[in-house]
Design a protein around this ligand. Structure first.
Ligand code: PHE
Length: 434
């Protein structure tokens, strides 16, 4: 039996859910880490460029495709492109399985850190502590906790679950991130953090690896290339002004990433822990920051749980969008109920997460395959699909957004420059991987 399609209750509700998907671990650690590694402000400029010229057009493409088809990825591509496109949608769903299974392991660490810093305080050697908890039975247990929460929210539904959670948690997250950034500015030595974060070094800016890092970060951070935004948009009606909404989503996502950097670097530099920043992608967040918090005294014991809770919240609202891709596909393409889809999908992802929870190399590898390859390849496919295959994409965007004059420019970007750039980035990522 076909069930009536669910929908978001309000414009703000959709925007918060989409921003919730976009704002995640990618903003809180991937962005600041990559910025510091790749030339500070120069990288930020490059990232803004990619967000505007590549991210925004693809975001609008996903929204148009999802809303137009009123279906999740597999069924949406089949709807506009014929059954030959079904396998491409299936790749999005596969990417959802893969991404959430390791994302949830990292998210599990953040909940554990939040709980520990609230109760026991951080142990004196954060490095050894991280080594002890990041893999093995403990990591599996917290991954399970995180998956249980995600499955519960998705099970409740789009409006009552996903939208409500985003409406409550996202504003809270903004306040907390801004609050920490303001507090960090008052610390002695914060200046060195800003200098490290924001001094432009243009020398390496045009190396292939920096450019491809900036492009794939723009994609990862906006949750593009795997049908998450497409799936959320399939719950929209025609009153939505997609161009305006995509701009709000992209700008908010950037703002949170930028402000998170303004919080993280001064904290680390004020305590003289700067050598530790570049140690590893997770190092700054799970080793250096706990060090900073525990050296801060009483302020640190308040900041630490707040910071790690904020991280867990950011991860949660992203995770539910990943899970929704899988769940919506099972509902639309297999005719399952939401309950069955959420339980079975959640169980499979939880099982897949055991691999990365046992071995950090597996986690790293999954992040590279999903983040650097599959998302970029997915974005390339989406640009080509909406640019060349989908009928009347501009007509779809114009519903609810009459009078927007630059839609032809959007279509042209999707047809030529975006695929060319993404193909080059994909080539660079594949070359870097092997
Ligand atoms: N955008 C999320 C982040 O920044 C990650 C994500 C990617 C979520 C793809 C959903 C889909 O952490």
């Amino acid at each position: 039996m076909v069930q009536p399609r669910e929908s978001f209750g309000s414009r703000l509700g959709f925007i918060m859910a989409a921003v919730g998907s976009a704002v995640g671990l990618g903003n809180m650690w991937r962005f600041s880490y990559l910025t510091a590694e790749n030339g500070g402000a120069a990288f930020v400029l490059l990232y803004i460029g990619f967000t505007l010229l590549i991210g925004l057009p693809v975001l609008l493409a996903e929204l148009a495709l999802g809303r137009g088809a009123q279906r999740s990825p597999i069924a949406a591509l089949v709807h506009y492109g014929g059954s030959g496109w079904g396998w491409r949608g299936a790749m999005f769903v596969a990417c959802g399985f893969l991404s959430l299974s390791y994302y949830s392991v990292i998210a599990g660490w953040t909940i554990r850190y939040a709980v520990e810093s609230l109760t026991l305080g951080f142990p004196s050697d954060p490095e050894a502590h991280f080594a002890a908890i990041s893999t093995g039975g403990a990591a599996i247990a917290w991954h399970l906790v995180f998956m249980l929460v995600s499955v519960t929210i998705v099970l409740v539904g789009v409006h009552k679950g996903i939208e409500r959670v985003a409406l409550v948690l996202m504003p809270l997250l903004f306040v907390v991130v801004c609050g920490i950034a303001i507090y960090a500015a008052t610390l002695d030595g914060a200046g060195a953090g800003y200098t490290y974060y924001l001094t432009a070094d243009f020398s390496g800016m045009f190396s292939f690896s920096v450019v491809s890092d900036a492009a794939s970060q723009a994609f990862f951070s906006l949750s593009l290339g795997m049908g998450a935004m497409l799936t959320y948009a399939s719950y929209l009606s025609e009153e939505h002004h997609l161009p305006d909404e995509s701009l709000v989503i992209a700008m908010t996502d950037f703002a949170v990433a930028f402000i998170a950097g303004l919080a993280v670097f001064p904290l680390i530099f004020a305590l003289g822990l700067s050598e530790a920043v570049g140690e590893s992608t997770v190092g700054a967040l799970f080793i250096t920051l706990p060090k900073a918090f525990s050296e801060m005294g009483p302020a640190g014991s308040v900041l630490a749980p707040v910071f790690f809770m904020a991280l867990a919240v950011a991860a949660l609202t992203s995770a539910i969008s990943l899970l929704e891709v899988v769940v919506a596909a099972a509902i639309d393409s297999l005719g399952w109920t939401r309950t069955r889809a959420a339980l079975v999908g959640g169980a499979v992802i939880t099982a897949l997460g055991v691999g990365p929870a046992l071995d950090l190399r597996v986690l790293d590898w999954m992040d590279k395959i999903a983040g650097n390859l599959l998302l970029v390849a997915g974005g390339l496919a989406l640009a080509v699909f909406v640019g060349w295959v989908m009928q009347s994409p501009m007509g779809e965007v114009a519903r609810g957004a009459e009078g927007v004059r630059w839609l032809f420019l959007w279509r042209w970007l999707l047809r030529v420059p975006v695929p060319l750039v993404l193909a080059a980035v994909l080539y660079a990522s594949i070359a870097a991987l092997f």
